[in-house]
Design a protein around this ligand. Structure first.
Ligand code: GAP
Length: 437
């Protein structure tokens, strides 16, 4: 049997649409660029991904969660540097009005859209934050931003959480939520979009212990991706050096994934020093010092180790990694199968009566299975076609109820990856599935 991986993004876009994972936003109106809607299987997959992240990050004594609001006081974004520094230098073509990132084109050449020569404007900074008005009055005092990262909602709550949860350093705060950036060059499906979800954690440590924290969290985050089933040959580290290192960071590593468009950033693990707390202390005028009871009540601003992963981007890696075509080109044997890790698979079990006549009994079994597993019931089409459909949505097990089932109270369980089939008694079925899922 031959097996090939995903070759280009169009295969994922096509499967995602065909099988109800991801649709173009507002499609009936012609779509909205770089905006995507998650369909029924997509939302299950995304929820599973978020749930494994949440559990991995917060089912420990030294990390707690928050859910902060998307709108924040406008001063937050001045303090964080986003108002003044979150810019891409842009040039416009004076003829066709197309806009480009200056660092992505050669401005001495003709415009690549209309071919006009010497048509580019001087570069101008373009802020990536979306803004809107809060309340009914449209003036500059009512201007608020849609957060471009979830991290600031954690920083401004540092003392609230520390005090109410009686946390001692080192401890972390985790959050999952939407972020918005008016990206100039969105694209590559859900890789870079203007609305996306982040899963971020800020780990507050005593200054001087950030190197050790970096080591610990690098391991934890790498292992999380591996536990989700990503193949190690498809992930690698990228260390930020020289100019790449943000002004506030003293060390930064990305976990890159080998996406269909090439190696690219999936997650950032950044040692952010005390930059953010210091800035919020300065701009808010509030004392954000931590009193260290373990060190003679010394007062200081903690250092921060951040782990930040885009949920959608991670989901794209999961889709790409799971995608396999077996026996490509062989009309009878070709199959597309999503080899999701069982914990991420949107549907865990499909119950398939062999023929319509067995509907009633098979439905009884399905109703029982559904109490414990996300399950699907499918009666339409040949059994082969139904298997292929479940393969494409990555269902780990198909349970076929046949005529013998009426006699022997057993069913055939087919394994998605090996396609091997096993006869399992109905009384033992749930135990069998739990052990394997
Ligand atoms: N708080 C740090 C921060 O936001 P970042 O490197 O700008 O750092 C972190 O973003 C992660 O968020 C990225 O590694 C990526 O996974 C995700 N991300 C950033 N911009 C994105 C976009 N436009 N579309 C989808 N995901 C994005």
């Amino acid at each position: 049997m031959s097996e090939s991986d995903v070759k280009d993004m169009s295969q994922l876009v096509s499967l995602a649409k065909r099988r109800g994972f991801i649709f173009q936003s507002s499609e009936i109106y012609g779509g909205l660029t770089s905006c995507w809607d998650y369909g029924p299987y997509g939302v299950e997959l995304k929820n599973n991904l978020k749930s494994t992240w949440w559990k991995a990050m917060t089912l420990r004594s030294d990390v707690v969660g928050v859910d902060s609001s998307i709108f924040m006081h406008p001063e937050v974004w001045r303090a964080s540097g986003h108002v003044d520094g979150f810019n891409d230098p842009m040039v416009d073509c004076k003829e066709c009005k197309s806009r480009f990132r200056e660092d992505k084109i050669d401005t001495s050449k003709p415009c690549m859209v209309c071919g006009a020569k010497d048509s580019f404007t001087e570069p101008r900074d373009f802020n990536l934050m979306f803004s809107t008005q809060m309340g009914p009055v449209e003036d500059s005092s009512a201007k608020v931003y849609l957060r471009p990262e979830t991290a600031q909602g954690i920083f401004v709550n540092f003392l609230n959480v520390q005090a109410t949860m009686r946390k001692k350093l080192p401890f972390g705060i985790a959050q999952i939520g939407k972020a918005f950036r008016n990206e100039i060059t969105p694209g590559n499906f859900i890789f870079r979009t203007r609305e996306f979800e982040q899963m971020e954690m800020q780990f507050f440590v005593k200054p001087g212990s950030q190197v050790e924290a970096m080591k610990t969290w690098k391991d934890i985050r790498w292992n999380w991706h591996v536990a989700n089933g990503l193949r190690t040959e498809n992930i690698r580290w990228h260390e930020h050096v020289g100019d790449e290192l943000a002004h506030y960071a003293d060390a930064a590593f990305d976990i890159e994934y080998k996406f269909p468009h090439g190696w690219d950033e999936m997650e950032g693990i950044h040692s952010r020093t005390d930059f953010d707390l210091k800035k919020h202390q300065e701009f808010s005028g509030k004392n954000l010092f931590y009193t260290d009871a373990a060190d003679n009540n010394k007062k200081y601003l903690p250092y921060v180790l951040e782990t930040s992963v885009g949920c959608d981007r991670c989901l794209l890696a999961v889709l790409a990694d799971a995608y396999r075509v077996e026996n490509e080109g062989d009309k009878d044997k070709e199959r597309v199968v999503m080899k999701f890790h069982p914990s991420l698979a949107p549907v865990k079990v499909a119950v398939l009566p062999l023929v319509k006549k067995l509907d009633e009994k098979a439905t009884e079994l399905f109703n029982d299975i559904q109490k414990d597993f996300v399950a699907e019931y499918d009666l339409a089409g040949s059994i082969g076609k139904r298997y292929r459909r479940q393969d494409e949505i990555g269902t780990p097990f198909c349970v076929t109820f046949d005529f013998d089932s009426l006699e022997d109270n057993a069913v055939t369980v087919r394994d998605r990856d090996s396609m091997t089939q096993e006869r399992v008694s109905i009384s033992n079925l749930k135990k069998y599935l739990s052990e394997r899922l």
